[in-house]
Design a binder for this molecule. Sequence first.
Ligand code: GLU
Length: 408
Amino acid sequence: MASQQFDEVADYLQLPQAERDWIKYPKRALAFTVPIRRDNGEIEVFSGYRVQHHLALGPAKGGVRFHPEVELGEVAALAMWMSWKCSLTGLPYGGAKGGVTCDPTQLSARELERISRRYAQELVAFISPETDVLGPDMGTNDQTMAWMMDTYSGYCGHPAPGIATGKPVSLGGSLGRRESTGRGVAYLVNQASGTTGLDITRATVVIQGFGNVGSVAALALAKYGAKIVAVSDVYGGLYNAQGLNLAALEKHFAQHNTVVGFPEAEPIANDQLLLLPCDILVPAALARQITAANAGKLQCRILAEGANGPTTPEADAILRQRPEIFVIPDILCNAGGVVVSYFEWVQNLQSLYWSETEVMDRLFGILGNAYTQVCDRSRQEKISMRQAAMVQGVKRVVEAHRLRGLFP
Ligand code: GLU
């Protein structure tokens, strides 16, 4: 999907073939084993990866995913998307991504600590605050980042907070980082409501995924006045046409680790949830959820892609024929996370910490600018919002490569 999207933009920009390969393929990719001792005393070997897509604009930046489906190709695709995301928002970063093929729900906290530390240790020679900065992604959180930062710092002989972002605030994490992706999604949905003439205070919202992105986006959209009518997680979905009581749902989730079983709603299957009539649909879970099979049947007005790669290229072609649906593409929609990761890294390098208001004001400033640029380009060049975002992102990376030139 990532390659296909890139090839299309490369055609549009008429990039010469040699330049395409230069920009498309990852600069560096590392695959390695992550052996750990399980709690039962047995040794188990997991697969670990880190891909740095390019280093032309600054360090590579991107999350670390712990998920059973992690493999090298997926990590490379996610690294490429990070490049366009960072470029689009004007961050001085190339894209990176990493991961370990494992199921964190089947591992104890101690086992997760061993995987996190072993992962960071294997990367010591490959990363640094100047070359590649780790961040959270699916299956990892602030504790994971703390373990990775601690392990890396041990090798440096001094604290190195700039090696990872998304850390706990007490360890140099940024205020607002945890909420940044979800709040960014809500901010952009509010902008898009303005563009499309939708009254957000009367809007209904369906959210797929109740992790760090989906749950915060739900709260933030509710603050704008929207009504959240359906949410889901890996175990199942919930629907209540009157609107879900988010405070009660959060409490239920904290107790049961799933939205399933929440009494004040009806259960709904994942594939039905995506097709519910609503104003705003937020896929905030895995990739490839909007496909050729369901894209023609979506009943939303705004599709806000909180996840990375939720829409397949075939589905995207269908959506282009449906101008009644306004798409906020993933590389723009979920960019709030990496923007505040960038703020965290800056604060770490300067040892000077910002207030939450400062973080949020700057975040919305950057997202607002990027949104306006993408909308303008989409309108002027008569291309889709996704194509406009991709063009915007790819162009700066191409320019950086051209200006730096080839050595020797
Ligand atoms: N995992 C997030 C993303 O896909 C954020 C990565 C980071 O903060 O480095 O954008």
